[in-house]
Write a protein that binds this ligand. Structure first.
Ligand SMILES: *[C@@H]1O[C@H](CO)[C@@H](O)[C@H](O)[C@H]1NC(C)=O
Length: 214
């Protein structure tokens, strides 16, 4: 207590000009610290040429919203076969089939989520039509395996698959379990907006799905 009192007394005895200098320096240091903090928090956007490998890892649309998604089998949509099945599976992609042209040179890219959907659709077509023997099939299994692990969905389902509860014959299917998901519809809308700017030439460069075989 005694020491503190003497410190204040000594401060009080300092010339006013010194105190003003100390005050101004302190304000200056704080402003610099705030600016540094701002820079760390909001780094300036990096400029990409979008040529070959010079692109960001994700599509440049910022963080996606999170939404709740109730997982359940859709008995009215996405049948494995038949006219409706073909139409719905082939129309799952956004306009432009999940492809994008980015940068001043309009370099073509595809987005992984739609590549994954495409692979699932390919596997579905095999079930409906029979194996086409393409290497594409094996690629799709590898690709989807990685995609599922990459998603790392740790949502708890009440009974682990393959676990049979005593006295019950059915195992849990994960039906009506709510998952926290990225809002894929934002990506869909972004593609749709981008696609409106496409030229007929850009349209032609994108792969079109094969028509149903029947
Ligand atoms: C799917 O539909 C086609 C055409 O109707 C048929 O030939 C084929 O056998 C069906 N596939 C399966 C797995 O039922």
């Amino acid at each position: 207590m005694k020491q503190e009192a003497s410190l204040f007394t000594r401060l009080a005895r300092l010339p006013a000009r010194t105190l003003v200098v100390v005050f101004v320096l302190s304000v200056g240091v704080n402003i610099v610290a705030l600016l540094v903090q701002y820079r760390v928090k909001f780094p300036p956007a990096k400029h990409y040429t979008y040529l070959h490998h010079d692109h960001p890892r994700h599509i440049p649309m910022g963080e996606l919203r999170t939404v709740n998604m109730d997982f359940h089998d859709d008995i009215e949509h996405y049948p494995l076969n038949g006219t409706q099945g073909w139409a719905e599976w082939n129309n799952m992609h956004p306009p432009g089939r999940g492809a994008l042209y980015l940068g001043e040179s309009y370099w073509p890219y595809q987005v992984s989520m739609w590549h994954q959907i495409h692979c699932l659709g390919h596997l579905r077509a095999l079930i409906a039509n029979g194996d086409d023997g393409s290497e594409h099939t094996e690629h799709c299994f590898h690709y989807l395996r990685k995609a599922l692990l990459c998603g790392g969905d740790t949502t708890l389902e009440e009974v682990g698959q393959g676990t049979v509860l005593e006295g019950q014959r059915q195992t849990a299917t994960g039906e009506h379990i709510v998952h926290t998901c990225k809002d894929w519809s934002q990506v869909y809308e972004w593609h749709a907006e981008e696609h409106e700017k496409w030229t007929p030439e850009m349209e032609q460069r994108i792969y079109k799905p094969a028509p149903p075989v029947d």
